[in-house]
Design a protein around this ligand. Structure first.
Ligand code: SAM
Length: 337
């Protein structure tokens, strides 16, 4: 089956899906006394140090407060504004704390998210990511995560195949390709293209079913490679990563970019499909809220274009550019000289 472009893009779905974090972020900030802690304007690190919380957590939380209008930012420092001073401070007669505190009891995974924000990460939130890191994923986790990712990525996979130019690419390695929705959409769009989904063993098994359903088994296959521990196959003209860099720290992304650079031949392309933060790190809403989401179950965050450019440049890539691909996503590409 070669799916046509969806008749309407998926941004509304993303807005609704991410909105679950709006109240949670406010409740967490109140419980962690972040608003009171901002009696003086503070940068992320400064506030994290002052309150004794994880810088990664504050880096996810403060933009969520700003993008919802509860904080302002001036010269890199977050500060209270009229809204937060009126409703978020304990001494105010209009303080909303007890309301959010009572509601928080009903928020899904509230305690876990709060602990992730406060401490950087927690063990129980990372079942899938632990398997990713160790390179071993139980079949039932592989099936559930891959199905979850497939529906969330399918519109942008078909969208990307229509909006971005992959002509001239005859072989593509989809690193951490999940269900293979991107590989399948590209193979469907470009009849000359062959793609391989590079994944953990249990995910390759799930991907095979998706590839067959997409009707591209003659040109899309899978290869079992632990992207951290094993050598990557050579000979592909392009390496494609969708939602991979956002799962990891900058240092791990640098390792992945280096592995890609080393396995590509000169002239080869690296392609990163990600929802990009603006350079301020506080816009747009979808990237900020997705970054907040990444504190649950991953070690990552959404990146700005400048951050991705620095990672790719460090590995040796040049000609780095970005274009909007579909919905909230952008495609960042670089070339091995
Ligand atoms: C967030 S999902 C992205 C899936 C797909 N690219 C998409 O955008 O829908 C991350 C993928 O990376 C894969 N992955 C994680 N750790 C890996 C490893 N060590 N080696 C190979 N693949 C890995 C996971 O199995 C998962 O499918």
């Amino acid at each position: 089956m070669n799916p046509v472009l969806p008749p309407i893009d998926d941004t509304k779905i993303w807005d609704v899906m991410l909105s679950v974090f709006n109240s949670q972020a406010i409740a967490i900030a109140l419980e962690l006394e972040v608003f009171d802690g901002l009696s003086e304007p503070s940068g992320v690190e400064e506030l994290a140090n002052k309150l004794g919380y994880s810088p990664r957590g504050m880096k996810a939380l403060l933009p969520m407060l700003k993008v919802q209008g509860f904080l302002d930012k001036h010269q890199g420092a977050y500060q209270l504004n009229n809204l937060s001073r009126t409703y978020m401070l304990k001494e105010s007669p209009y303080y909303w704390g007890p309301f959010f505190s009572r509601r928080a009891e009903a928020f899904p995974n509230y305690k876990m998210i709060l602990e992730n924000i406060r401490d950087g990460e927690t063990v129980e939130s990372r079942a899938a990511a632990d398997g990713w890191e160790s390179g071993t994923l139980p079949p039932e986790v592989a099936k559930s995560v891959t199905d979850f990712m497939h529906c969330h990525s399918m519109p942008s996979a078909v969208g990307l195949a229509h909006t971005c130019d992959f002509s001239g690419v005859s072989s593509l390695l989809d690193v951490g390709g999940g269900s293979g929705c991107y590989a399948s959409a590209l193979a469907n769009h470009y009849p000359e293209m062959k793609c391989t989904i590079m994944e953990l063993a249990a995910v390759c098994e799930v991907a095979k079913g998706y590839i067959e359903k997409a009707g591209v088994s003659d040109r899309v296959d899978t290869t079992t490679v632990d992207m951290f521990r094993e050598d990557w196959p050579e000979g592909y003209e392009a390496h494609f990563f969708s939602n991979i860099f956002h799962d990891w720290s900058i240092e791990t992304c640098e390792q992945l970019a280096q592995k890609s650079f080393d396995a590509l031949a000169p002239g080869g392309r690296i392609c990163l499909q990600e929802i990009l933060l603006e350079e301020s790190g506080d816009e747009p809403y979808a990237a900020v809220a997705f970054s907040f989401f990444m504190t649950q179950g991953t070690k990552g965050q959404q990146f700005t274009m400048a951050q991705l450019e620095a990672i790719l440049t460090k590995a040796g890539f040049s000609n780095i550019s970005a274009q909007r691909s579909y919905g909230y996503y952008s495609l960042v590409t670089g070339k091995k000289p």
